[in-house]
Design a protein around this ligand. Structure first.
Ligand code: NAD
Ligand code: MG
Length: 380
């Protein structure tokens, strides 16, 4: 039996992780958490019987504890609740599937409690990668990628020697606005941006895919996970999302991982690594694929990709500014307070005014995050 905690169990990755649990009787859920969706969390608690549950929204946490009074589950709230869930005694692996840099502290707490991490939450590595990776190494903890590109790279590196790797090729679908100019993207709506061609995901990452900031975050995520210089990480647009990413070795050999777009594969691979398990679902039918196309990414029209990559290259606290500005701007776009192109304009404004801090501490990161939010508020 493998005991797991799922942080963000009501989201896209969280619910697909629970699908994997349903299909495998050697996985046991120990802790579940949600931001505010207590209706779904209650159903999950009744089905999976965790010992611990946590809700970010404190009022909703109180409501939930009343609703599950008949069950043997402790309900916690806020950041302390997330940390309690991340460190619950029996769990051996924590699936970090919350969205945003709110995941940093629970991730560190779990690592310090010697739990392996199945990491979907890229914002945590983007902003605090140096702290997370170092703390994981000190505690002999595995950080197992769930993001499909990073899982693909992880699978391609199996059995290979690290020093024989030459570059990482991150594939990108290009999102719903691929081939569009900035002029054409000026008036796109929230609905247009949420209409991803290949993947069904949470709202924040879907907008990140439309701006291609997601691929920029993934470049930084890959740098930390695989210890590769950003100059050796290239983005390849592959609109069908069949190739999930590739690795080039020193002899020129390129290894790729392919599959139908289904996040349950990388989730399951992280949970059972290094084993593979049967997974029900569609298989690629090569008799039906007439072509796989490639394009170079358009960094001029998709300025967010350029900015995120620059932030990654500069390092220090700049990736935190870039990420925090993006998190807030995406929320404003989803609430129809700003236009689509304003997202990357806000990112750029925030990055331009920042005095970079080298090797920021956790406190620096959290204070730079707050400062970025305050600055954006002052722009209104
Ligand atoms: P989602 O919005 O569907 O789910 C997010 C989860 O986090 C929910 O359970 C929500 O209740 C919880 N949450 C939200 N705000 C919170 C807060 N302040 N405190 C505590 N919990 C909070 O998001 P998702 O698409 O599942 O993405 C989760 C993470 O995985 C993101 O970092 C995303 O970039 C990454 N990821 C997702 C996919 C995907 O296919 N969905 C693919 C790759 C990577
Ligand atoms: Mg991805």
């Amino acid at each position: 039996m493998k005991n797991i905690a799922i942080l963000g169990s009501t989201g896209s990755i969280g619910t697909q992780t629970l699908d994997i649990v349903r299909a495998n009787d050697d996985l046991q859920v120990i802790a579940l958490t949600a931001g505010s969706n207590i209706e779904l969390l209650e159903q999950q608690i009744r089905e999976f019987k965790p010992k611990v549950a946590a809700v970010w929204d404190e009022e909703k946490a109180v409501l939930l504890s009343q609703r599950v009074k008949d069950l043997d589950v402790e309900v916690y709230k806020g950041m302390e609740g997330l940390i309690t869930a991340a460190t619950t005694d029996d769990a051996v692996i924590v699936v970090l599937a919350v969205v945003g840099m709110v995941g940093i502290r629970p991730a560190l707490a779990a690592i310090n409690a010697h739990k392996d991490i199945a990491l979907a939450n890229k914002e945590t590595l983007v902003t605090a990668g140096h702290i997370i990776m170092q703390t994981a190494a000190q505690n002999n903890v595995k950080i197992l990628p769930v993001d499909s590109e990073h899982s693909a790279i992880f699978q391609c590196l199996n059995g290979e020697k690290r020093e024989q790797l030459s570059s990482l090729l991150l594939t990108a679908s290009g999102g719903p606005f691929r081939n569009m100019t900035r002029e054409m993207m000026k008036n796109v709506t929230v609905e247009d941006a949420l209409n991803h061609p290949n993947w069904s995901m949470g709202r924040k990452i879907t907008i990140d895919s439309a701006t291609m900031v997601n691929k920029g975050l993934e470049i930084i995520e890959a740098k930390w996970l695989f210890d590769v210089d950003i100059d050796n990480i290239r983005v390849v647009v592959q609109p069908q999302s069949l190739i999930h990413s590739m690795v080039e070795f020193v002899d020129g050999a390129v290894m790729a991982q392919l599959g139908t777009p289904d996040m349950r594969l990388p989730i399951q691979y992280a949970l059972y690594y290094p084993d593979r398990r049967n997974l029900k679902g569609e298989r690629i039918d090569f008799s039906k694929i007439s072509s796989i196309n490639f394009q170079i990414p358009d960094m001029e029209n998709f300025r967010g990709l350029y900015l995120a990559r620059e932030a990654g290259k500069a390092g220090g606290s700049l990736p935190t500014v870039m990420n925090a500005a993006n998190e807030k701007a995406v929320a404003m776009f989803l609430n129809r307070k700003i236009g689509f192109l304003d997202i990357t304009d806000i990112m750029e404004k925030c990055m331009n005014r920042h005095q970079n801090i080298n090797n920021p501490t956790l406190e620096d990161i959290l204070s730079v995050e707050q400062d970025t939010y305050d600055y954006i508020d002052s722009l209104k």
